[in-house]
Unconditional design. Sequence first.
Length: 359
Amino acid sequence: MNDFLFPIIEIVLGIVLLFSGGEFFIQGAIFLSLILGIPQIVIGLTVVSLGTSSPELLVSLSSILKGSDSLAASNVIGSNIFNVLIVLGISSLITPLKVKSRIVRRDVPLLMAISCAVWAMSSTGLLTLQAGVFLIFCLILNTIWEINTMNEKGEETKDAEPEIEELKDNHKGKLNILLKLILGIFLLSFGSNILVNGSQTLATLLGVNEIVIGLTIVATGTSLPELVTSIIAAFKGKTDLAIGNVIGSNLLNQLLILGSCSIFSGFKGLVIEQSLIKVDLPFMVLTTFACLPIFWSKGKITRIEGFILLNLYIFYILDKILFLNEFNFLSELRIGLFIYFALLITFLILQEKLKFSNS
């Protein structure tokens, strides 16, 4: 029992440090960006998104440094699944989430296309250096597109708050901002290192593949910023933020994190295990595709749909716990059955929405 205690403490401490580091990094980066005169729209699309995804990024890069490609990849895949099923599920239980038409017309189809592209590029068992460059290039294009779209619509870019103006001439305030940034980066780096160490040790003690730990414990820990942000947004009635946070984070996880990890791995590429290719990546794509019919028609995610999303995640986690070992024939059968039931549920939801819209 004592053997398990230390890695569990490492995992919990790592998650706490990652969460705290992300908060400090976001606060410092936002204030610094405003002082430098960077428009708030750019801050929202880059700094805040990077801040909430920084735990996943640091954990994945740290995993590669420690020679654990499987932990790096499973962290991203598990986080994306967690974001759709748990973050959207819990948020919609708090209050039905209204969906803007832009999300249905642009953001979800884009996320679907990127998810399919990642799955296709990973099918050989490697996410190559060229694939990483392609993903980063797509990230740059998407950011430019987002900024141009906002500017064309005449979205309001507010001036810096009075206290921000005061900080420009306040050396103590500037020092505090710098300290927040440094502290945030330090906590993120230290926390990711501890979390990866604890995860690897726990996987060894349990005799399971690191992939299982990455898809469950690590993915949940690194997705806490998205969960907290969306829950707070749901309680405040800012449902656009709750949904946008999930879609934006899932895009960034694949474009920035998988892209960076592939480039960071060099010419050898990022190794993607067969169990991820044949089970978890298709499930990630499936959950992404399920967003479209759920978001469509009534223009909101209801509490019933949120409950269904939560139950799908429980089913997924139970499957991981019951079948801890490597991919085998039974895994293909399990994922086939899962896809069948998920498609059936999606069809029933779509039918209900069509009846509602026609009535």
